[in-house]
Design a protein. Structure first.
Length: 83
């Protein structure tokens, strides 16, 4: 599939091929440049900062495919932190 996309981009004389964001290994294999995307968040309160941090942790864990048991334990820890 990637081959077909590259061939189509070449046939249309594109100069760049953007894989969009993400850190998958194949992207570095084909890349000649590694642009860095930054984002900044300003929190209005400590609670907002904690919720943002916990959301980031949960997304990371879910992306890595955590087991149901460990997810349950994590939810218990989050409840202890928040309440």
């Amino acid at each position: 599939m990637l081959r077909e996309l590259f061939l189509m981009a070449l046939s249309r004389q594109f100069n760049n091929f953007d894989f969009t964001r993400g850190d998958e290994g194949f992207k570095r294999r084909f890349a000649s440049e590694y642009p860095i995307n930054l984002s900044f968040v300003v929190h209005q309160s400590v609670i907002s900062k904690m919720l943002s941090y916990l959301t980031k942790i949960l997304k990371t864990l879910i992306k890595k495919g955590i087991s149901k048991y460990r997810f349950h334990n994590l939810l218990i820890k989050i409840k202890l932190i928040l309440f």
